[in-house]
Ligand binder design. Structure first.
Ligand code: 6PG
Length: 269
């Protein structure tokens, strides 16, 4: 992957504690999907070798779609241990699973329908239901069951968490100045997002920051101001919720394309 630039950085994101992260800048969204696919495969293989299974939380939106399509094709469709893989989501929109806006629906069409993953290993957020607080609690219980943990305690550690970045600095469905940004205990919550005039169901910072590897995928010039603010701006996670993501002991990787990295002042041009 000749035209990849790696910058190992010690950054101060979202608070006084210094947290290091890796910044990988690649040429474009195709190079980004290829790099991400290779990393997913390696992390899955390591997790299965270590613990006999691989747990991943998928991101929604448009950026990961190419990655999901690559994972559904050779060599990854046979290389990844799909029968030992548990798939969860970082967040979901309040639509039925067949809706074009469904994060589950997108991943199902681009990936899950095309690889041999057992249905009981696909853990969907049922965000089309009325009582979203109940949906959030049930999803917490499903995560706890899958990790053989009690709910309410320390959240489990997903092997890999994929996240995106909105132009406003949101990630998962942790939108600026919304209640879920301030959540410190719950793993999954309903989050009302006034700017969307809608609710979302989302994983929270406490569980996202338990991830063994948290991999942000960010492409396009429209994300450049937010990326610069999150990585290089003052700590203001209420305004830039992606700054909340500082894994306690896991790895934080920002995989971005050149267009998204365009405003980073400390990035070697
Ligand atoms: C969602 C996502 C969200 C997404 C960003 C980036 O449900 O929308 O989980 O956090 O990752 O909004 O979206 P794009 O990839 O479409 O730019």
């Amino acid at each position: 992957m000749g035209n990849r630039r790696t910058t190992a950085r010690v950054g101060k994101t979202g608070g006084a504690e210094r947290r290091s992260y890796r910044l990988l800048v690649v040429a474009d969204q195709i190079a980004l999907a290829k790099e991400a696919a290779e990393r997913c495969a390696r992390i899955a293989e390591e997790a299965v070798a270590l613990a006999g299974r691989f747990t991943i939380a998928l991101s929604g939106g448009s950026t990961p779609k190419l990655l999901y399509s690559l994972l559904a094709a050779e060599p990854y469709s046979t290389r990844l241990p799909w029968r030992k893989t548990h798939v969860f989501w970082g967040d979901e929109r309040v639509v039925p699973p067949g809706d074009p806006d469904s994060n589950f629906g997108m991943a199902k069409a681009a990936l899950l329908d095309r690889v041999p993953i057992p249905a009981d290993r696909v853990h969907r957020m049922q965000a089309e239901r009325d009582d979203l607080d109940l949906v959030a609690r049930e999803y917490e219980a499903e995560i706890a069951r899958s990790f053989s943990l009690p709910t309410g305690g320390e959240p489990p550690a997903f092997d890999l968490i994929l996240l995106g970045l909105g132009p406003d600095g949101h990630t998962a469905s942790l939108f600026p100045h919304t209640e879920a940004v301030r959540e410190r205990d719950r793993w999954v919550v309903r989050n009302h997002v006034p700017k969307l005039n809608s609710d979302r169901v989302t994983l929270t910072a406490p569980i996202l920051n338990r991830g063994e590897t948290v991999l942000f995928l960010v492409t396009g010039a429209d994300k450049a101001p937010a990326l610069q603010a999150v990585l290089e701006g003052p700590a203001d996670p209420d305004r830039f919720p992606a700054q909340l993501i500082r894994p306690m002991s896991g790895r934080l990787i920002w995989l971005v394309d050149r267009a998204a990295a365009g405003m980073l002042t400390r990035e070697a041009k």
